[in-house]
Design a binder for this molecule. Structure first.
Ligand code: NI
Length: 179
């Protein structure tokens, strides 16, 4: 298994619309394993393939407390959606930012597992929110798109500043090791 690099907003590759998975082979299984490793290490509760620059309709999730309930959604579709709820969301591609987003409260979804087998599942609470958030990623959409232009601009600037700070810290660290 390998840890993958997670793209960060405003990387334009996050705007790519993912294509359906058509071949369920060993390479796909490896991609699923690598995405789980990346998600758990981050740590996160969900990861869409788009976020690791793999533009196929593939999502991994684990919203359980003990992190032992991995779920894979390949070529997911929402069959029915009911109610609305607003919760605070975050995203591994928008690190350190959390804001309120309105989503359907309960959904019925159909997807395929890593072997291609079709299944249907009813989701509510965090799982329903998470799947909707991840499915947006597959369309090239981010949760910050639901916020105001002003907020989004502030977030972009903050992330840019954070990245520059990280880079200068890394430069200082490597200079300290250079004799
Ligand atoms: Ni996300």
């Amino acid at each position: 298994m390998a840890r993958l690099q997670i793209l960060e907003y405003p990387d334009p590759r996050l705007r790519t619309r993912a294509k359906p998975v058509e071949v369920f082979d060993a390479a796909l299984s490896r991609q699923v394993e690598d995405m789980f490793e990346t998600m758990y290490a981050a740590p996160g509760i969900g990861l869409a393939a788009t976020q690791v620059d793999y533009h196929k309709r593939l999502i991994v999730m684990d919203v359980s407390e003990d992190k032992r309930q991995p779920q894979v959604f390949i070529n997911p579709e929402i069959l029915t959606a009911e109610g609305t709820g607003t919760g605070e969301e975050g995203c591994l591609s928008v690190p350190g930012i959390f804001d309120e987003v309105k989503r359907a409260a309960r959904i019925r979804a159909r997807a395929q597992d890593a072997t291609g087998k079709v299944f249907e599942t009813d989701l509510d609470g965090l799982a329903a929110v998470c799947l909707q958030h991840e499915m947006d990623h597959l369309e090239g959409k981010l949760f910050v798109d639901y916020l105001s232009d002003l907020k989004r601009e502030r977030i972009r600037k903050k992330l840019d500043k954070d990245r520059k700070e990280r880079a200068s810290k890394a430069a200082t660290a490597s200079a300290a090791r250079a004799y």
